[in-house]
Design a protein around this ligand. Sequence first.
Ligand code: MD6
Ligand code: FE
Length: 217
Amino acid sequence: MQDLFDIEDPADGWREQLGPGTHWLHGFLVAEADSVMADIASVVAQAPYRHLVTPGGKTMSVAMSNCGEKGWVSDHTGYRYQTIDPLSSKPWPAMPPKLRLLAQEAAQRCGYADFAPTVCLINHYQPGARMGLHQDRDEKNLSAPIVSFSLGLPATFIWGGQQRVGKTQRIMLRHGDVVVWGGEDRLRFHGVAPLKDGEHALTGRARINVTFRQLGC
Ligand code: MD6
Ligand code: FE
Protein backbone atom coordinates (compact mmCIF):
# COMPACT_ATOMS: atom_id res chain seq x y z
CA MET A 1 0.00 0.00 0.00
CA GLN A 2 1.44 3.34 -1.00
CA ASP A 3 -1.08 5.51 0.79
CA LEU A 4 0.65 5.35 4.18
CA PHE A 5 2.35 8.49 5.33
CA ASP A 6 3.71 9.95 8.53
CA ILE A 7 3.03 13.33 10.01
CA GLU A 8 5.34 14.59 12.67
CA ASP A 9 3.25 15.57 15.68
CA PRO A 10 5.63 16.17 18.59
CA ALA A 11 2.80 16.82 21.05
CA ASP A 12 1.75 13.19 21.06
CA GLY A 13 4.21 11.13 19.07
CA TRP A 14 3.38 10.16 15.52
CA ARG A 15 0.08 10.40 13.77
CA GLU A 16 -0.15 8.12 10.79
CA GLN A 17 -3.04 8.13 8.36
CA LEU A 18 -4.17 4.62 7.44
CA GLY A 19 -7.09 5.52 5.22
CA PRO A 20 -9.36 8.46 4.37
CA GLY A 21 -11.03 8.39 7.80
CA THR A 22 -8.49 6.46 9.87
CA HIS A 23 -5.62 7.72 11.98
CA TRP A 24 -3.10 5.93 14.15
CA LEU A 25 -1.72 7.90 17.11
CA HIS A 26 1.47 6.11 18.07
CA GLY A 27 2.06 6.13 21.83
CA PHE A 28 -0.67 8.68 22.51
CA LEU A 29 -1.57 7.04 25.83
CA VAL A 30 1.82 6.08 27.19
CA ALA A 31 1.99 8.92 29.72
CA GLU A 32 -1.60 8.28 30.85
CA ALA A 33 -1.44 4.50 30.97
CA ASP A 34 -1.47 4.20 34.77
CA SER A 35 -4.57 6.32 35.04
CA VAL A 36 -6.27 4.44 32.18
CA MET A 37 -5.48 1.12 33.88
CA ALA A 38 -6.86 2.38 37.21
CA ASP A 39 -10.11 3.43 35.50
CA ILE A 40 -10.38 0.03 33.79
CA ALA A 41 -9.76 -1.73 37.11
CA SER A 42 -12.60 0.22 38.73
CA VAL A 43 -14.96 -0.78 35.90
CA VAL A 44 -14.09 -4.48 35.95
CA ALA A 45 -14.40 -4.56 39.74
CA GLN A 46 -18.10 -3.82 39.15
CA ALA A 47 -18.60 -5.58 35.81
CA PRO A 48 -16.05 -8.42 35.61
CA TYR A 49 -14.57 -9.65 32.33
CA ARG A 50 -16.54 -12.52 30.89
CA HIS A 51 -16.37 -14.73 27.79
CA LEU A 52 -19.51 -14.17 25.74
CA VAL A 53 -21.10 -16.78 23.50
CA THR A 54 -21.74 -15.95 19.85
CA PRO A 55 -25.15 -16.51 18.23
CA GLY A 56 -23.53 -19.56 16.58
CA GLY A 57 -22.79 -21.08 20.01
CA LYS A 58 -19.03 -20.48 20.17
CA THR A 59 -17.40 -19.04 23.28
CA MET A 60 -15.28 -15.99 22.41
CA SER A 61 -11.58 -16.22 23.30
CA VAL A 62 -11.55 -12.52 24.22
CA ALA A 63 -13.08 -11.62 27.61
CA MET A 64 -15.21 -8.46 27.69
CA SER A 65 -16.69 -5.81 29.92
CA ASN A 66 -18.37 -2.44 29.30
CA CYS A 67 -19.02 0.92 30.85
CA GLY A 68 -21.26 3.80 29.88
CA GLU A 69 -24.95 4.06 29.03
CA LYS A 70 -25.07 0.64 27.42
CA GLY A 71 -22.88 -2.40 26.93
CA TRP A 72 -22.24 -4.66 23.95
CA VAL A 73 -23.33 -8.22 24.60
CA SER A 74 -23.71 -11.43 22.63
CA ASP A 75 -25.65 -14.61 23.30
CA HIS A 76 -27.56 -17.25 21.36
CA THR A 77 -30.15 -14.64 20.32
CA GLY A 78 -27.63 -12.27 18.70
CA TYR A 79 -25.41 -9.23 19.23
CA ARG A 80 -26.75 -6.02 20.74
CA TYR A 81 -26.21 -3.09 23.07
CA GLN A 82 -28.21 -3.16 26.28
CA THR A 83 -28.46 -1.00 29.40
CA ILE A 84 -28.28 -3.90 31.86
CA ASP A 85 -25.25 -6.09 32.51
CA PRO A 86 -26.64 -9.64 32.18
CA LEU A 87 -24.13 -10.88 34.78
CA SER A 88 -25.13 -8.52 37.59
CA SER A 89 -28.62 -7.57 36.34
CA LYS A 90 -27.60 -3.97 37.12
CA PRO A 91 -26.74 -1.03 34.84
CA TRP A 92 -23.16 -0.97 33.52
CA PRO A 93 -20.69 1.17 35.51
CA ALA A 94 -20.53 4.82 34.41
CA MET A 95 -17.80 5.77 31.96
CA PRO A 96 -14.92 7.23 34.01
CA PRO A 97 -14.69 10.96 33.09
CA LYS A 98 -10.92 10.95 32.53
CA LEU A 99 -11.16 7.96 30.19
CA ARG A 100 -13.92 9.67 28.21
CA LEU A 101 -11.92 12.88 27.97
CA LEU A 102 -8.85 11.05 26.64
CA ALA A 103 -10.98 9.44 23.92
CA GLN A 104 -12.39 12.84 22.97
CA GLU A 105 -8.90 14.35 22.85
CA ALA A 106 -7.71 11.57 20.55
CA ALA A 107 -10.73 12.03 18.26
CA GLN A 108 -10.14 15.77 18.17
CA ARG A 109 -6.52 15.31 17.09
CA CYS A 110 -7.85 13.35 14.13
CA GLY A 111 -10.44 15.87 13.01
CA TYR A 112 -13.48 14.49 14.82
CA ALA A 113 -14.17 17.51 17.03
CA ASP A 114 -17.70 16.58 18.09
CA PHE A 115 -17.12 13.02 19.22
CA ALA A 116 -19.25 12.35 22.32
CA PRO A 117 -18.83 8.68 23.28
CA THR A 118 -21.73 7.08 25.14
CA VAL A 119 -20.40 3.54 25.51
CA CYS A 120 -17.06 1.90 26.00
CA LEU A 121 -16.28 -1.76 25.33
CA ILE A 122 -13.27 -3.30 27.09
CA ASN A 123 -11.61 -6.36 25.53
CA HIS A 124 -9.13 -8.49 27.47
CA TYR A 125 -6.81 -10.77 25.44
CA GLN A 126 -4.72 -13.54 26.95
CA PRO A 127 -2.09 -15.37 24.88
CA GLY A 128 -3.82 -17.16 22.00
CA ALA A 129 -6.97 -15.02 22.14
CA ARG A 130 -8.04 -13.57 18.81
CA MET A 131 -10.87 -11.74 17.12
CA GLY A 132 -12.17 -12.86 13.77
CA LEU A 133 -12.71 -10.50 10.87
CA HIS A 134 -15.84 -8.42 11.53
CA GLN A 135 -17.54 -5.08 10.92
CA ASP A 136 -18.76 -2.86 13.75
CA ARG A 137 -22.30 -2.19 12.68
CA ASP A 138 -24.40 -2.57 15.83
CA GLU A 139 -24.22 1.21 16.43
CA LYS A 140 -27.13 3.25 15.03
CA ASN A 141 -25.00 6.33 14.48
CA LEU A 142 -22.49 5.30 11.82
CA SER A 143 -21.43 8.92 11.27
CA ALA A 144 -19.52 8.97 14.58
CA PRO A 145 -16.01 7.48 14.61
CA ILE A 146 -14.73 4.74 16.94
CA VAL A 147 -11.73 5.44 19.15
CA SER A 148 -9.63 2.40 20.07
CA PHE A 149 -7.00 2.24 22.85
CA SER A 150 -4.36 -0.51 23.02
CA LEU A 151 -2.60 -1.37 26.28
CA GLY A 152 -0.15 -4.06 27.31
CA LEU A 153 1.16 -6.73 24.96
CA PRO A 154 1.42 -5.83 21.26
CA ALA A 155 -1.05 -7.37 18.84
CA THR A 156 -1.35 -7.75 15.10
CA PHE A 157 -4.41 -5.86 13.93
CA ILE A 158 -5.81 -7.09 10.63
CA TRP A 159 -7.34 -4.37 8.54
CA GLY A 160 -9.45 -5.29 5.56
CA GLY A 161 -11.70 -3.53 3.12
CA GLN A 162 -15.40 -2.95 2.68
CA GLN A 163 -15.94 -6.62 1.84
CA ARG A 164 -15.07 -9.67 3.93
CA VAL A 165 -12.94 -11.11 1.16
CA GLY A 166 -10.00 -9.36 -0.41
CA LYS A 167 -6.74 -7.78 0.54
CA THR A 168 -5.90 -7.16 4.18
CA GLN A 169 -3.20 -5.10 5.82
CA ARG A 170 -1.50 -6.06 9.10
CA ILE A 171 -0.35 -3.48 11.61
CA MET A 172 1.22 -4.00 15.02
CA LEU A 173 -0.65 -2.11 17.73
CA ARG A 174 1.52 -1.47 20.77
CA HIS A 175 1.04 -0.31 24.32
CA GLY A 176 -0.29 3.26 24.29
CA ASP A 177 -1.38 3.34 20.65
CA VAL A 178 -4.73 4.80 19.66
CA VAL A 179 -6.59 4.25 16.41
CA VAL A 180 -9.41 6.60 15.44
CA TRP A 181 -11.57 5.59 12.53
CA GLY A 182 -14.69 6.86 10.92
CA GLY A 183 -16.02 8.37 7.73
CA GLU A 184 -15.83 6.09 4.74
CA ASP A 185 -13.65 3.63 6.72
CA ARG A 186 -16.25 3.16 9.45
CA LEU A 187 -17.50 -0.20 8.15
CA ARG A 188 -14.20 -1.73 7.09
CA PHE A 189 -13.63 -5.32 8.11
CA HIS A 190 -11.03 -5.88 10.82
CA GLY A 191 -9.78 -8.43 13.33
CA VAL A 192 -6.95 -9.34 15.67
CA ALA A 193 -4.47 -12.22 15.13
CA PRO A 194 -3.91 -14.68 18.02
CA LEU A 195 -2.05 -12.84 20.80
CA LYS A 196 1.60 -13.85 21.18
CA ASP A 197 2.68 -14.73 24.69
CA GLY A 198 4.73 -12.20 26.60
CA GLU A 199 4.86 -10.19 29.76
CA HIS A 200 4.02 -6.50 30.12
CA ALA A 201 4.86 -4.44 33.20
CA LEU A 202 1.37 -2.94 33.43
CA THR A 203 -0.95 -5.69 32.18
CA GLY A 204 1.00 -8.91 32.76
CA ARG A 205 0.38 -11.62 30.14
CA ALA A 206 -2.40 -9.69 28.46
CA ARG A 207 -3.48 -7.04 26.00
CA ILE A 208 -6.36 -4.73 26.76
CA ASN A 209 -8.29 -2.92 24.05
CA VAL A 210 -10.82 -0.22 24.86
CA THR A 211 -13.19 1.06 22.17
CA PHE A 212 -15.36 4.14 22.57
CA ARG A 213 -18.52 4.51 20.56
CA GLN A 214 -21.27 7.08 20.17
CA LEU A 215 -24.43 5.05 19.82
CA GLY A 216 -26.92 7.75 18.89
CA CYS A 217 -30.52 6.97 19.93
C1 MD6 B 1 -9.12 -4.93 19.22
N1 MD6 B 1 -10.85 -3.88 18.06
O1 MD6 B 1 -8.32 -4.09 18.83
C2 MD6 B 1 -10.45 -5.10 18.58
N2 MD6 B 1 -13.41 -2.21 16.29
O2 MD6 B 1 -8.86 -5.70 20.14
C3 MD6 B 1 -11.93 -3.72 17.33
O3 MD6 B 1 -12.67 -4.64 17.03
C4 MD6 B 1 -12.23 -2.39 16.85
O4 MD6 B 1 -10.13 -1.48 17.48
C5 MD6 B 1 -13.74 -1.03 15.80
C6 MD6 B 1 -12.90 0.05 15.86
C7 MD6 B 1 -11.67 -0.09 16.44
C8 MD6 B 1 -11.31 -1.33 16.94
FE1 FE C 1 -14.42 -4.06 15.92
